[in-house]
Design a protein around this ligand. Structure first.
Ligand code: SF4
Length: 313
C-alpha cells in the first residue's frame, strides 16, 4: 500500500523510524515535511497528489470525519511527576483543584488526582465541549474541560508542555491558574495573561475603527475551513460601508499579509488561535469575528454621535 505519514513538529524526529517499519511490512512510504498544527490540518492534498491510499496522522485524535482513509495514532508521553510535591506550596490555599492537560498526558491524570487527594485536596476533572475527546483534555480551540469546572473549583492546574494550551484555558476561566511544565521543570502562575490579552484585544478593536477595507482569512485546512463565516463577514463588512476581500491560503504567511497594503485590518475565520497568538505578527490589526463585530458596533456608535441616523445597522 502507498502510505503518507504525517507528524506534528515534536514527533517529526521519529518519522524515518516509523517509515522503515511500514516499509518492512511491504508498504511504499512517503513522509510529509509540511508543518501540521493538529488533526484539523491533515495532509490530504499531499496524500492525493502522490496517489496515497492511506494517510497516517500521528499525535492527534480524529478532529472530524474526512472523506479519505486516515489512520490516527495517538502518542502518550509519560512526563515526570516529580514537580507535584513542589506544586503544593503554590496551591495549598485552594481546597478544590481543577485538573487539565493535553491528549499526550490524559493517561496521567489519575495519578495526579491521587497525589492531590492524598494531600487533602478535592480534585475536579471536567468534560471537553466539542473537538477534544477525553475528560480533562484541552485543545487550543476546545478548553471546555477547564471552562466547565471554573465555577466549581478554587484553582486550576494545567499539567503539560508549552504555553499554547494553558493560554487558551486561562483566557476562558477566572480562577487562579497554575501551569506545571514537567519538561522545563517549572511551575508558573498564569493569571497575568488575562489582563495582557484583554488589553491587546481592546487595542486591536480601537485600531480597526478607521478601517476602510478588511481582509478575511479563509484557510483551506480540512478542520478550519469556514467559507460560510467568511461570506457572512464579507456581507456584514460591506453593509457597514467598508470594502472586503476573502483571502485564501493553507497556512497564512504574515509577511504576505503585510504586503497586502490595500487592507487596513484583517479578520480571521481559520484556527481561532490565530486571532489570539499571532496578532502581533501583522502590522495591521488582526481580529476575531467577535472583535470585528465589536469594532463595527463601535463605529456605528461613533457615527451616531457625530451624525444621528447615520448607523448601518
Ligand atoms: S487550536 Fe487550531 S490548530 Fe489546534 S486543533 Fe484547534 S483549530 Fe487545530
Amino acid at each position: 500500500m502507498r502510505i503518507l505519514l504525517q507528524f506534528p513538529e515534536g514527533l517529526k524526529q521519529k518519522a524515518l523510524a516509523h517509515a522503515k517499519v511500514l516499509e518492512r511490512e511491504g508498504n511504499e512510504v512517503f513522509i510529509s515535511a509540511s508543518p501540521t498544527f493538529g488533526a484539523c490540518d491533515l495532509a490530504l492534498d499531499e496524500a492525493k497528489r502522490i496517489g496515497a491510499e492511506k494517510l497516517v496522522h500521528f499525535g492527534h485524535a480524529e478532529f472530524h470525519h474526512v472523506d479519505f482513509n486516515v489512520e490516527y495514532i495517538s502518542y502518550e508521553i509519560d512526563a515526570p511527576l516529580d514537580l507535584l510535591p513542589q506544586s503544593l506550596s503554590h496551591i495549598n490555599g485552594y481546597k478544590r483543584i481543577g485538573l487539565v492537560t493535553t491528549i499526550q498526558h490524559v493517561h496521567q491524570l489519575d495519578a495526579i488526582r491521587s497525589f492531590y487527594e492524598s494531600s487533602s485536596h478535592e480534585v475536579v476533572i471536567g468534560k471537553p465541549y466539542g473537538f477534544a475527546k477525553a475528560r480533562g483534555q484541552i485543545l487550543g480551540c476546545d478548553v471546555g474541560s477547564a471552562a466547565s469546572i471554573d465555577s466549581k473549583v478554587d484553582a486550576i492546574v494545567y499539567f503539560g508542555g508549552g504555553i499554547f494550551h494553558p493560554l487558551g484555558a486561562v483566557l476562558a476561566t477566572k480562577k487562579p491558574f497554575f501551569v506545571i511544565e514537567p519538561f522545563q521543570g517549572t511551575i508558573e502562575r498564569f493569571d497575568g495573561y488575562r489582563e495582557l490579552y484583554a488589553k491587546r484585544r481592546r487595542a486591536r478593536i480601537l485600531r480597526a475603527l478607521d478601517a476602510k477595507s478588511i481582509g478575511i482569512l479563509l484557510t483551506t485546512k480540512n478542520g478550519q475551513h469556514n467559507e460560510s463565516l467568511a461570506r457572512l463577514l464579507k456581507a456584514r463588512i460591506e453593509k457597514a460601508g467598508m470594502s472586503a476581500g476573502i483571502l485564501v491560503a493553507g497556512t497564512f504567511d504574515f509577511e504576505s499579509l503585510d504586503n497586502m497594503l490595500e487592507f487596513d485590518a484583517f479578520v480571521n475565520t481559520a484556527c481561532p488561535r490565530i486571532a489570539v497568538d499571532d496578532t502581533e505578527r501583522t502590522r495591521k490589526p488582526l481580529m476575531s469575528a467577535n472583535e470585528l463585530m465589536e469594532a463595527i458596533r463601535l463605529r456605528d456608535e461613533v457615527r451616531l454621535v457625530a451624525k444621528p441616523g447615520a448607523a448601518t445597522s
